[in-house]
Design a protein around this ligand. Structure first.
Ligand code: ADP
Ligand code: ZN
Length: 610
């Protein structure tokens, strides 16, 4: 079967095997590769881990000339180039972080036509000097990575992306290919029109990530919940996201005090310190990084087994992207989101502040809409896989995913929710809607605090009505009642919980109420049954030894460990235990260059144990 008139499927597969050591293309990859080889514009939407990079790397290796990849982030760009280099695939980057010498070397290679791909950021690429240099280069395809950045309706609009269409005049013959992991239908349409794609092949893959288990839990005892999650993945990579820099540092310090080696990572750290954390994480000497959502991009490993959000992100797109950093290697992984009804208000405050700093009155309407959608996602009790798919305009097949807090039945529902709601609402009424949730909780729990007595709140009829409910759980109940509209919270610096026009109905017990609290389970499974299947026949002791070999090789070369081999490949090695180089070449993920470079070390390790 031919992929196009000029390229046979055999030739495509041979290239795939040579550089990447894979035997087959995934269905969407085959269509994307075909479009590129035909010179037809395309827009590809595939989830993280879906294999987008191969879609443009493969065709570039099959024909003459050099293709151009536009990517917004230097760290991601450099990772891609490092990864390709390890596969023996010639590629270069052009970005501001490079030394003059490295830049000159890259430009030389480009002039000689050596690299299949040039990675560059928009600013750099559109600089007159770069455009001039590219004039003599035979560019067949222009690839726009993270293409949602071109849309106002996306979650990461970058004005410089809007200028990319100008390249059409400078490089008239090239086909255009837009790639993104997260785009609603509206954003997809925007990408096509902003980039002026001509009759593009629209390739939208299934956005679901079946290897991820989603858990959205009310934030009752954040630190304990975090530790519980981390302990489910000891000695594996975990990323923890916080909203503020201060929180990342506090959380990392707290974890350190509880036996978990963790480091903070945010834009306020010096470049040196950031570099150090990044390197330790990439080389697997450090497993837990606590990052700000604004800055977590730099810490990215394909074997991240767990992503924890300490608070609600500001859109579903952000969530999909951040949580999506878990399990990029396709193996099972977990995403935990700790949520409180105070989070949306916090975001609104931050958004308002930054809008005002920019001279606007308030945040733009579409930001608030994105916020409302993620808020609904968190407070609903719908299957998480189904809810995410639905948001991105896709149907989710099947009744129960077996891989989210809802479908796994991990939420305990309070049996007497209606009565609990009555007690809480009545307490707010007794406090005349003039106090924050801490006071509401203290009164209901019958606290002996000085402040309570001084104000005479120990004399209220509601005092001590819920004394057996832990404060953290009670706090979460207040949050949930706010979500349900039974109560409301003001959005100033000292938020007050107050009654709403629906409160009376809740007080009279006329409204149905669902209140949930997370069940504490020591060792929860990730996807049911799947974990075991992935490890079937794998010699786990050998797998750990192979990881150590990988770590040594990565350190010696100063590259992230996964660039040597992914976990997927190590598992295959520990399952099939190849004894010779020929046998090893048959393992998925082992290409020619990596065989030449690494076979000796890994075979020695395998044969040692045999
Ligand atoms: P994305 O850019 O969409 O997040 P990547 O390009 O990083 O995804 O690919 C995710 C993982 O899947 C990588 O480890 C990659 O090597 C692997 N992969 C991609 N295509 C294939 C394939 N055809 N067969 C096996 N593994 C693949
Ligand atoms: Zn589910």
């Amino acid at each position: 079967m031919a992929v196009t008139d000029t390229f046979s499927l055999d030739a495509v597969l041979a290239t795939l095997k040579e550089f990447w050591g894979y035997d087959a293309l995934r269905p969407m990859q085959e269509q994307a590769v075909r479009a590129s080889l035909l010179g037809q514009d395309s827009m590809v939407v595939l989830p993280t881990g879906g294999g987008k990079s191969l879609c443009y790397q493969l065709p570039a290796a099959m024909r003459e000339g050099t293709d151009l990849v536009i990517s917004p982030l230097i760290s991601l760009m450099q990772d891609q180039v490092d990864g390709l280099t390890a596969c023996g695939y010639p590629a270069v980057a052009l970005h501001g972080g490079m030394s003059a010498k490295a830049l000159a070397k890259a430009e030389d290679e480009i002039r000689c036509g050596t690299p299949h791909l040039i990675y560059s950021a928009p600013e750099r690429l559109l600089a007159p000097r770069t455009l001039e240099m590219l004039e003599g280069v035979d560019i067949r395809a222009i690839v726009i990575d993270e293409a949602h950045c071109v849309s106002h309706w996306g979650h990461d609009f970058r004005p410089e992306y809007r200028r990319l269409a100008n390249l059409k005049n400078r490089i008239p013959g090239a086909s255009w290919h837009a790639f993104t992991a997260t785009a609603t239908e509206r954003v997809q349409r925007d990408i096509v029109s902003q980039l002026e794609l001509r009759d593009p092949a629209i390739l939208v893959g299934d956005c679901d990530r079946p290897n991820l288990t989603y858990r959205v839990a009310p934030r009752t005892d954040a630190k304990a919940q975090l530790l519980e999650a981390i302990n489910r993945h000891s000695d594996r990579a975990v990323i923890v996201y916080c909203i503020s820099r201060k929180d990342t540092e506090r959380t990392a310090a707290w974890l350190d005090g509880h036996g978990v080696n963790a480091k903070a990572y945010h834009a306020g750290l010096g470049a040196r310190q950031r570099q150090r954390v990044q390197e330790e994480f990439m080389s697997e000497r450090l497993h837990v990084v606590v990052a700000t959502v604004a800055f977590g991009m730099g810490v990215d490993r394909s074997d991240v087994r767990c992503v924890v959000h300490m608070a609600m992100p500001k859109s579903i797109e952000h969530y999909q992207q951040e949580a999506g950093r878990a399990g990029r290697d396709g193996l099972e992984a977990e995403c935990v989101l700790l949520y409180s009804a105070a989070d949306p208000a916090k975001w609104r405050q931050l958004m308002t502040r930054s809008a005002q700093e920019a001279g606007e009155e308030g945040p733009p309407e579409h930001q608030l809409q994105l916020l409302m959608h993620i808020h609904r996602f968190c407070s609903s009790m719908k299957c998480r896989h189904a809810a995410l798919a639905g948001y991105f305009g896709q149907a989710y097949a099947g009744e129960s995913c077996g891989a989210c807090d809802v479908c796994l039945g991990e939420n305990e529902l309070a049996e007497d929710a209606v009565v609990i709601a009555q007690k809480i609402v009545s307490c707010v009424a007794r406090l005349n809607s003039r106090f924050g949730s801490a006071q509401v909780v203290d009164v209901l729990r019958g606290s002996q605090k000085e402040k309570i007595r001084r104000m005479g709140h120990d004399q209220l009829s509601v005092f001590g009505l819920l004394e057996d409910t832990p404060a953290a759980v009670l706090n979460s109940y207040v949050d949930q009642l706010i979500d349900a509209g039974a109560l409301d919270r003001t959005e100033d610096d000292r938020p007050v919980v107050r009654l709403t026009d629906q409160s009376l109905e809740f007080l009279k017990g006329l409204r149905d109420v669902v209140l949930r609290r997370p069940k504490v389970v020591e060792r929860r499974k990730t996807r049911s049954g799947r974990g075991e299947a992935d490890w079937e026949g794998v010699d786990q002791a050998l797998f750990d030894r192979l990881r150590a070999v990988r770590r040594g090789l990565a350190e010696a070369r100063g590259v992230p460990a996964y660039i040597i081999f992914g976990d997927q490949t190590l598992r295959e090695l520990a399952r099939h235990k190849p004894g010779t180089a020929d046998e090893m070449l048959r393992i998925r993920g082992v290409g020619q260059q990596k065989l030449d470079d690494f076979a000796e070390d890994f075979l020695a390790c395998i044969n040692d144990g045999a």
